[in-house]
Ligand binder design. Sequence first.
Ligand code: NDP
Length: 296
Amino acid sequence: MTAKVIDGKAFAANVREQVAAHVARLKEQNGITPGLAVVLVGEDPASQVYVRNKHASTIEVGMNSFEHRLSAETSESDLLALIAQLNADPTVHGILVQLPLPSHLNSDLVINSIDPAKDVDGFHISNVGLLGTGQKSMVPCTPLGCLMMLRDHHGSLAGLNAVVVGRSNIVGKPMAQLLLGDSCTVTIAHSRTKDLAAVCRGADILVAAVGRPEMIPGDWVKPGATVIDVGINRIERDGKNKLVGDVHYASAVEVAGAITPVPGGVGPMTIACLLANTLTACCRANGLTEPKGLTA
Ligand code: NDP
């Protein structure tokens, strides 16, 4: 059996189209343009690429993009002052502080200074608490993208055994909460889990968010399971630079029922969900109906 390949690129393009259509309606019917502010501190090359992509995607769906590039030496008080200004700005509906921050800045303090209603990354402690208690929140973009693809593939997730490998605050934990919210029976595995292979083999839905190239082989996958590979790992193979996931794709694709490839699976969904979250935040801020199918 060869798995259905879940095309994250096409899925993300569809989400962006839905967002763009909703944005056009907001402009026409309500005179409102959603706005996303992205704050970048320092010159980390990977972060610069992410911020550039976010800017281009935001403009593409018809939203306003506000970029704030600060020097690596920016003080915490200056950064907090900028965030306070963005919190108070009614044209800004979403605020994203690109991580990682330089080491002299306290990331938790900075993230928790964002107005939770504008926290489109879903990292503010209030949003973490709301998600954990099953209340309306801003949901972290990568797990939200995974959930959308899973719902699309399965319809209902109720009763399925889901295993999430990885317990980070940005992927593993929120992913597990979302799956629980959709009534999966959820196991969270991590570096101290005993017999990880056996745990993975029990999964109808296997989400890998580890950061170890091709760590999960096909014989850890239950036949017919859905495999969501969040990992993005850069490796050298045959003298070439290559991106691979946390799952050994070539063997897993022979066993799984459906699988996301790397690249072209979860990755493209993350920015699409950032745009969806910004639209959701804008609708909530203005007391308007939220876009259907673009939230948890
Ligand atoms: P973290 O490093 O924060 O967390 C990794 C998790 O994997 C930890 O919980 C760790 O366990 C667990 N782990 C590490 N080694 C093992 C092992 N041998 N067996 C079982 N579990 C293990 O990573 P992130 O969650 O931030 O990211 C995970 C991956 O997802 C990375 O490849 C990252 O690049 C990618 N990513 C992709 C995104 C996208 O847009 N597609 C967005 C964000 C991340 P423990 O807690 O015990 O140490």
